[in-house]
Ligand binder design. Structure first.
Ligand code: S3P
Length: 179
């Protein structure tokens, strides 16, 4: 059981492993998992591709910001953010009001492998190739890195290993702050 008096926000590209890692932190360490896309889809009564199609991306992005504000009242939750959430400065500021931001990374080839069988990501439909993924990833890299309190590379590691490394790095950071 891990108890944090703040929330952990998992950010990073689609397919970086945010949902798998939050599932593992919830199962193995007893944290509350919040899947932002899932909460939004449930409230809207439609899937993410349909929200993009019927309401537009701007509308979806606003819902993300509102949800992040709502989550501030919680503690010890691990929040799997949609891949675009950390692209807005305001969203990152909302995350940091009661949370630490963890960036998960993987190379474009690995990302493609992880996302290729899903149609749930409107931004990648019709673009499932390494070139497109590398381009979008490069365009996002700077903001992701600026937002992150810690970075965990997921390449070649099991989900359990990633969780262990993540908690260790967070603990180191918490210990340093207490000095
Ligand atoms: C998006 C990532 C998706 C989802 C939406 C937009 C993005 O979430 O929020 O399709 O802009 O990167 P995942 O990162 O969980 O796939």
């Amino acid at each position: 059981m891990v108890m944090k008096n703040y929330n952990i926000f998992l950010i990073g590209f689609m397919g970086a492993g945010k949902s798998s890692v939050s599932g593992c932190l919830s199962r193995e360490y007893g944290m509350d998992a919040v899947e932002m896309d899932e909460v939004i889809a449930k409230r809207e009564g439609m899937g993410i591709p349909e929200i993009f199609e019927k309401r537009g991306e701007e509308y979806f992005r606003r819902l993300e910001t509102e949800l992040l504000i709502e989550i501030q009242s919680r503690n010890n939750a691990v929040v799997s953010c949609g891949g675009g959430a950390a692209m807005r400065e305001q969203n990152v500021a909302e995350m940091k009001k009661n949370g630490k931001v963890v960036l998960l990374t993987a190379c474009p080839e690995t990302i493609l492998n992880r996302v290729k069988d899903s149609d749930e990501r409107p931004l990648l439909n019709g673009h499932k190739d390494v070139k497109y993924i590398s381009g979008l990833m490069e365009a996002r890299r700077e903001r992701y890195e600026a937002a992150a309190d810690i970075v965990v590379d997921t390449e070649g590691k099991s989900v359990s290993q990633i969780c262990g490394e993540l908690l260790e790095k967070l603990q180191e950071m918490d210990d340093r702050k207490e000095l």
